[in-house]
Design a protein around this ligand. Structure first.
Ligand SMILES: Nc1ncnc2c1ncn2[C@@H]1O[C@H](COP(=O)(O)OP(=O)(O)OP(=O)(O)O)[C@@H](O)[C@H]1O
Length: 697
């Protein structure tokens, strides 16, 4: 059994012991705290009771796997960047080709622009540092110290405003190659909530492993990862129903599929209870022992959690206060005449110092002590850390072929296929985007239909029927565009993470969402059209009318969806909810409803050309009143009238010319214009999405 000994000096070491019962059902590494001379034993890995599927008794499978693997990894405990020492043979037990990555950085400065006349703000100030392979490293510091910014810069997530150098195995970082070997796990778990754990993993494996990897091998990898991470018994639970800790572990599991050598995690323990925190950190330690470099930001860890990290890098206001092993933090502080009070968690104490609670001179003294990250003195074995030249010798350059791999692991067509499969599962399970959308279309169709019942063929109600056509347009526009504006920002977060981690290209993603929306749009639009068309008694004498009405509705739906996508791509929910209806008002004004297009002032004519509602309205008018429609029914409703049936707009052509001010024979022109607008909006939405993905970097 393994025991972490916390010595009075502040140092910590992991030792094997036979003193404790080896037959213990769940072997757990333990912490023995000897600082107060009494040896208290605290488990540092505890199995969390299962919260899903009611099979809590099985959760030990994952726990045992982690504990036993920890033991294997423990053999390489003191190594910083040597060969991998893991002895397990499973796909997760070692890094790709036994690859290790030793990261160093020099003079890292990060400035952000505060906008026009705001100047710039310096967030990271000339930081140096060393992140050796096979280590679990914590970036610590008070809120706003720059932890996430440093993580973003090191992972390559932020490139704008960054100065300085990042080295990987002694060579300047090649961002493309580095991104192929690393993964970034965001603070918020960006998972597909409607997919089960297994489906999420399957998608990740299909996208991140080459198409030459057999299905059985992918399954083995998935099962090994899920078992190691204690998620095996939640295989069929939808990600949206997992607990916080399970979601975090699934986020890690998804990125482990292609066995990255470096893992960046932004606050992996935030929002978790202490047991889940310990689980996650133990897991990360295990992954580090298997050869990976694991770097995570952490806010203010408890003493037991703090001890799990090998190295700690402390920041305050963008400067380094300490870099070295967790065990050496207490001696470092003592050396600077700022001894950590007895019974005080060293992690808490350094944060208090970093916050300036003990005076700003202390902060300056710490920055000088750590030489802003230049000093490697407080590493466990500083002499064993290789310089850049020795690292280059130890890790020779890869072959050209290996370096020139594509941006993603699979081809565009394969990505599209996998994304379509994933999207189809979501479509089938999505209660809002699929079922609610259909129900709303049927109910709105019935409501409008009952309000305008029989109006379609009645010459006395021809104005009402025209109002109904405009009402149908507004329904299609608002329901579709608002649904996209409200739901896409959440999807955008997942897209950002998956795209950055090179799961797929934006083109494949965009094509998949465009294609996947078609069936739901067609079905919901068809339901609405059938209900409204027949309830309001629109003409049936020509077989083309209903298809024309339906096609016009469909085009309006597609254009409105693209418009919503365009807004959803560049705005958050609040701005989008304001912007989408606001921008729709001019579309309505220029549609030719209320003010005929011919009556628009010349300087506003351009508006009617870009309003897709104008083409939609013309399409409807052509479908209902075009094709040489015969005279409408005209019944004198006044029993005391002259007994002559007289309706001013009995002839549809007269109504179209006088009131609508449109030609009734230009349906195909309208469809062509709608197609052009649709393509233009789709292209703009794609460009905006691309810009959004790049601008955040
Ligand atoms: N784009 C930006 N514009 C202006 N200020 C920014 C920007 N990005 C980061 N900052 C500022 O930089 C500082 C560091 O931010 P960062 O998110 O890296 O801190 P942190 O240490 O991770 O904080 P926390 O623990 O609270 O997440 C903060 O003061 C933040 O307000």
């Amino acid at each position: 059994m393994e025991v972490l000994i916390h010595e009075a000096s502040g140092a910590a070491k992991l030792v094997r012991t036979n003193d404790l019962d080896e037959s213990c059902e769940q072997q757990q590494p333990l912490v023995v705290d000897r600082r107060d001379n009494s040896a208290t034993i605290v488990p540092i890995y505890q199995s969390q009771p299962s919260t899903s599927n009611g099979s809590g008794s099985n959760s030990g499978s994952g726990s045992r796997s982690i504990s036993s693997r920890s033991s294997q990894g423990g053999q390489g405990e003191e190594s910083t960047g040597g060969d991998t020492g893991s002895q397990s043979t499973g796909p997760l037990s070692n890094t790709k080709n036994g690859e290790n990555m030793d990261i160093g950085f020099e003079r890292i400065t990060y400035n952000v622009s505060l906008g026009w006349r705001g100047g710039t703000k310096t967030i990271l100030r000339g930081l140096h540092g060393r992140l050796p392979a096979r280590q679990l490293i914590a970036l610590m510091g008070p809120s706003g110290a720059g932890k996430s910014s440093l993580l973003d810069v090191l992972s390559g997530y932020r490139i704008t405003g960054v100065e300085g150098s990042v080295y990987v195995n002694g060579r300047p970082r090649n961002l493309e190659a580095f991104r192929r070997s690393s993964a970034y796990i965001t603070q918020d778990d960006r998972l597909q909530p409607l997919l089960t754990v297994h489906e999420n993993m399957r998608v990740s494996a299909d996208l991140k492993l080459g198409t030459d990897t057999p299905k059985s091998e992918k399954n083995t990898i998935i099962m090994e990862i899920l078992t190691t991470l204690g998620l095996y018994e939640h295989l069929n639970t939808q990600a949206g129903r997992l607990s916080g800790g399970q979601r975090k572990r699934l986020s890690i599991a998804l990125e482990l599929v292609n066995n990255p050598t470096v893992l960046f995690l932004d606050e992996p323990t935030t929002g978790l209870d202490s047991s889940s925190c310990t689980q996650v950190c133990n897991l990360l330690k295990l992954l580090a022992r298997q050869g990976r470099t694991i770097i995570c930001t952490i806010h203010q860890p408890s003493a037991s959690l703090f001890q799990l990290f090998d190295l700690v890098y402390v920041l305050a206001a963008g400067e380094c206060l300490y870099q070295g092993s967790t065990a050496n933090l207490v001696p470092y502080l003592a050396n600077l005449k700022m001894p950590c009070p007895v019974y005080h968690n060293p992690a808490d104490y350094i944060i208090e110092l970093a916050c300036g609670e003990y005076g700003h001179e202390s902060v300056r003294a710490l920055v000088e002590g750590a030489q802003n990250g230049v000093s490697l003195k407080w590493f466990d074995n500083p002499d064993e850390l290789l310089d850049n030249e020795s690292l280059r010798k130890k890790y020779p350059l890869k072959s050209n072929k290996e370096q020139k791999q594509g941006a993603q692991a699979t081809s565009q067509s394969h990505q599209l296929k996998v994304l379509m499969q994933r999207g189809w599962i979501k479509v089938k399970r999505d209660s809002t985007l699929t079922y609610l959308r259909m129900v709303v279309n049927i109910l709105t169709g019935m409501m409008l239909g009952s309000l305008f019942i029989g109006a379609g063929n009645d010459a006395t109600r021809i104005h009402q029927n025209y109002n109904l056509l405009f009402g149908c347009l507004i329904h299609h526009m608002m329901s579709t565009q608002m649904l996209t504006v409200l739901t896409f920002p959440q999807e955008m977060n997942i897209l950002k993470k998956e795209h950055f981690n090179r799961w797929y290209s934006l083109k494949a993603y965009y094509t998949s969402i465009t294609l996947l929306d078609i069936p739901v749009s067609v079905v919901s639009c068809f339901f609405f059209s059938v209900v409204i068309y027949f309830m309001s008694d629109q003409p049936h004498e020509n077989n083309w009318r209903f298809p024309m009405f339906f096609v016009t509705s469909l085009f309006v739906v597609f254009v409105a969806q693209s418009f919503g996508l365009m807004i959803g791509a560049c705005c958050d929910v609040v701005n989008g909810t304001f912007l989408a209806p606001t921008l729709s008002v001019p579309m309505m004004m220029f549609a030719g409803f209320g003010v005929m297009i011919s009556d628009l002032p010349a300087y506003l004519h351009w508006g009617s050309y870009i309003s897709y509602l104008r083409y939609g309205l013309e399409g409807y008018v052509n479908a209902i009143y075009g094709l040489n429609r015969p005279a409408l029914n005209c019944v004198d409703v006044d029993p005391e009238g002259p007994g002559i049936d007289f309706c001013f707009y009995k002839e549809p052509k007269k109504f179209v010319n006088d009131v609508v001010g449109m030609s009734e024979n230009q349906f195909w022109n309208d469809m062509i214009c709608l197609t052009i607008i649709l393509i233009a909006l789709r292209i703009i939405a794609f460009v905006l999405l691309r810009w959004k993905l790049m601008s955040t970097r």
